[in-house]
Design a protein around this ligand. Structure first.
Ligand code: ADP
Length: 483
């Protein structure tokens, strides 16, 4: 499966879970909301029921007081309650609209109360009509004495008690449901949150591990390629990173092929240079011999100018041989396998100095290291630099210095002289083969020595530079691998 698809899937799963979580929470909070609204309503219903009940009781007390004392003051609360009670009934009916049981009870309370009002009103109006004492007496004896009103009152009180009891019971149930909904909401939220965190963490770890492991493999391959080790990376996942790995493998294979090709061509070139320079020496010897024969056989017949010309030929042949030898040395560098052995650079340098430096030259040699390295090539480098220091050194008081400075991975050697120096414009040119700043015919100047030094150092990824000014001597500074 594609990497982008996997990442997309992980995120989609988390988004879906979040949506489901939000939906469940929303539904549960709706329930919580409903239950809280119900509880608020229920409190109003109970409060209203209490007010209604109290007003009815106030009316009943006022009625009884009036009958017993005949005091009109008692009728005041009676009438005010009479006015207030219908409004309270109306309010209560609206609140219990959705509860049939309540509605039924309220209706029966209303009927009973209305019956009681009729009874009470008839007694009050009979008592007020003083002339009609017989009526009042009859009503008082047949109804009041027989506790007609009291019975109605009791029935109303019972209904109110039932009403409240039922409301309290429903409220209790709702309260339990409310707390259950709240705890359910909390539980679901925690579960969903846990699942989302787990899936998020697992998919993140999975993707990160999947990617980082494979990227590390690719980095490793790139590192190997940079070290000339053209390996391949294995990746069969068939996604975007696999395409990258495939490109890396193709690059590695192409580089490998090109480098092998280059090495082959280089070897062929070295071989060619070696064979050509070797074969050139024989005809050169032949030419030299012919000039010798001419001189010997035609000694008397040669004109002085011809003799002078014939004398130039051996000089030119010697220079030609010098160039060919230099070319052979140059080609030999690549042919000879590097051989590591312990080298005491101090001894190596002293031997060279003893061999090629004239006795009148002042020599100063610093602390030079001892380490395992390719002795032959290091010797070639020092020989060329020291012989140049002699060749181009000061004519009057020649001085040559050889020193070393240790770096973490390299030794940095310096070969300096107090000779003729080099113009900065030629500091790069002198390392190119056959480049010489001297007269072209100078026998000992072929322009190959520094080219050999440069080739040896390039082959092992080391460097060389020159610090010099005309007339102020030269310092050749080169690095050499410790390993
Ligand atoms: P060659 O010495 O045979 O000419 P090299 O390659 O050794 O060839 O040197 C190239 C040129 O660099 C020399 O011809 C010379 O002009 C210049 N050169 C090299 N070493 C020194 C030095 N120590 N002082 C001044 N010039 C130098």
């Amino acid at each position: 499966m594609k990497l982008s698809t996997q990442i997309l899937l992980g995120f989609s799963l988390i988004i879906v879970l979040s949506v489901v979580n939000s939906y469940v929470n929303y539904t549960l909070s709706q329930q919580v909301n409903q239950n809280s609204t119900f509880l608020t309503n229920s409190e109003t219903i109970i409060r209203n029921s209490g007010r209604l009940n109290k007003s009815i009781i106030d009316m009943q007390s006022a009625f009884r007081g009036y009958l017993l004392t005949d005091d009109d003051d008692f009728l005041e609360p009676y009438y005010s309650s009479l006015k207030e009670i219908p409004t309270l009934f109306k309010e209560q009916s609206q609140l219990v609209q959705e509860y049939p049981v309540h509605r039924q009870r309220l209706d029966s309370i209303k009927v009973l109360h209305q019956e009681w009002i009729d009874y009470a009103n008839s007694l009050i109006s009979a008592k007020k009509k003083l002339g009609d004492k017989g009526d009042y007496e009859t009503l008082f004896n047949t109804r009041f004495r027989k506790q007609f009103g009291q019975k109605l009152n009791n029935q109303i009180s019972d209904k109110f008690r039932e009403f409240d009891r039922y409301e309290y019971k429903v409220r209790q149930v709702r309260r339990e449901t409310l707390s259950e909904s709240i705890s359910q909401t909390n539980t679901y939220s925690i579960i969903f949150l846990g699942v989302i965190i787990c899936i998020g963490a697992i998919s993140t770890i999975y993707i990160v591990r999947l990617i980082s492991k494979r990227i590390a493999a690719m980095v490793n391959v790139a590192h190997n390629i940079s070290n000339g080790n053209f390996v391949n990376v294995e990746d069969n996942q068939n996604d975007e990173l696999t395409s990258l790995s495939t490109s890396l493998n193709i690059m590695s294979a192409t580089l490998n092929k090109n480098i092998r090709e280059l090495e082959k061509r280089n070897n062929e070139l070295n071989q060619f240079a070696y064979v050509v320079s070797h074969d050139l020496k024989a005809p050169l010897r032949g030419i030299y011999n012919v000039t010798q024969w001419i001189e010997e056989d035609l000694q008397t017949e040669l004109s002085p100018s011809l003799k002078r010309y014939l004398n130039i030929i051996p000089e030119r042949i010697a220079r030609m041989e010098g160039l060919i030898d230099g070319l052979l040395d140059y080609a030999r560098i690549a042919r000879e396998k590097p051989l590591k052995e312990y080298v005491d650079v101090n001894i190596l340098v002293r031997d060279i100095v003893d061999d090629i430096v004239p006795k009148d030259t002042e020599i100063s040699i610093g602390r030079l290291p001892g380490f395992a390295t390719d002795k032959l090539r290091l010797e070639q480098v020092f020989s060329n630099l020291i012989s140049n220091a002699v060749k181009y050194g000061s004519a009057e008081h020649p001085r040559i210095g050889i020193d070393c400075h240790e770096l973490p991975k390299f030794y940095e050697f310096t070969v300096s002289d107090n000779g003729i120096g080099i113009d900065p414009g030629y500091h790069d040119k002198i390392f190119v083969i056959f480049q010489t700043l001297r007269e072209k015919n100078a026998k000992e100047s072929t322009g190959i020595g520094l080219a050999i030094v440069k080739k040896i150092l390039d082959d092992q990824h080391c460097s060389i530079r020159v610090e010099s000014e005309p007339g102020h001597g030269s310092s050749f500074i080169f690095t050499w691998n410790k390993n």
